[in-house]
Write a protein that binds this ligand. Structure first.
Ligand SMILES: [Zn+2]
Length: 344
């Protein structure tokens, strides 16, 4: 998951260009992309969340202009920008509501703020939907008309594109795959954000992996993870991954269970939209496709899905790790600006 994306020389770029801005709690990633989704210039700036949204948007717009001038792009070459930000939000009003990791940005009209600062129209989307659009446009899902992305991080994000169209929904809550119900029992785990029981996020997010591992150790399970609790340290999903690499039985069990619940969630998604491809993004990839633990994780997801679906659907659906890593958000934000600009 490299931070620096490859850059296309401006001489090979195709007009017009689009800005992509991906706002996170720690960093804001900003790119200038050409009409085929290739990055011409990129920078990551600190969000400085506590200083509030106005100055962050002002610095973002300044960075956009710097990127354009660095590669010699003129203002008329860049007709539109795309903006991704964490929800909850109101897309119709261009408004952030109360994102958990942006506590000083609540009820901020972020879309207008960026449009005014940049003097171009801005397309506004949920950050996970932006990442899904990035993978759809130029990433793992490039060859497909539809795609669903699960981002496995602190929470479980989701993004769904059906026949080229991003599903935003009536309440700006479309594509929230992390809040799909995967456990209907009365004592199912509580969702991290909202209080609902049995949501996928309560089982397959990094925080849920850490919580489940800790609970199991406290219940007496034998594991090398115990020494962390003995040292008064919290167990993280990274610790679970590292223990699994060493063959720790509990860590492997936790990862298999994480895959089990993802397999259930994915089956529901596939049976709703039949996208042909499911992409797994986010920081918690257990080493990804090049690591034996990541491979085991993916195999366990696929086998759970196959156990629950129809044979022709099983053979006609790929489940893959994402290819754009942490850059999918700004790329997808620019992609949605591209799509809105071209009216498709
Ligand atoms: Zn939930």
């Amino acid at each position: 998951m490299s931070d620096e994306p490859p850059k296309l020389p401006i001489g090979e770029a195709k007009f017009p260009y689009f800005y992509g801005v991906d706002v996170g709690g720690t960093n804001i990633k900003i790119g200038l992309l050409d009409d085929l989704g290739r990055t011409l210039a990129f920078r990551s700036i600190a969000t400085k969340e506590a200083e509030g949204p106005e100055q962050a948007i002002r610095r973002s717009a300044e960075t956009c202009r710097q990127l354009a001038s660095e590669v010699g792009a003129r203002p008329q070459d860049i007709p539109r920008a795309g903006l991704g930000a964490p929800g909850p939000m109101c897309l119709k009003r261009g408004l952030l509501l109360n994102p958990v990791n942006l506590p000083n940005w609540h009820n901020f009209r972020i879309q207008d703020a960026l449009a005014n600062a940049l003097q171009v129209p801005v397309s506004f989307v949920n950050d996970a939907n932006a990442a899904a659009y990035g993978e759809f446009w130029v990433g793992t899902g490039e060859q497909y008309d539809s795609l669903a992305l699960y981002t496995l991080g602190t929470g479980v994000g989701g993004g769904v594109i059906v026949e080229g169209k991003l599903i935003n929904g009536m309440n700006s809550f479309g594509s929230e795959l992390g809040h799909a119900i995967v456990d209907s029992r009365a004592d199912a785990r509580l969702c991290v954000w909202g209080g609902g029981r049995g949501h996928l996020e309560a089982y397959s997010s990094a925080s849920a992996v850490a919580a489940r591992a800790s609970e199991r150790v406290l219940d007496g399970a034998t594991s090398s993870l115990r020494k962390l609790l003995d040292q008064d340290k919290a167990i993280t999903s990274k610790d679970v991954y590292l223990a699994a690499l060493e063959g720790d039985g509990l860590a492997l069990e936790i990862i298999d269970e994480t895959a089990f619940y993802l397999g259930i969630g994915i089956t529901g998604t596939v049976h709703t939209i039949d996208p042909g491809i499911i992409v797994l993004g986010g920081a918690m990839d257990f080493g990804g496709s090049t690591c034996p633990i990541g491979q085991r994780f993916l195999r366990a997801i696929v086998s759970e899905f196959h156990r629950r679906t129809f044979p022709n659907v099983a053979s006609g659906t790929r489940i893959e790790f994402a290819t754009l890593g942490g850059n999918a958000g700004y790329i997808g934000a620019a992609g949605i600006a591209h799509s809105d600009f071209h009216g498709k």
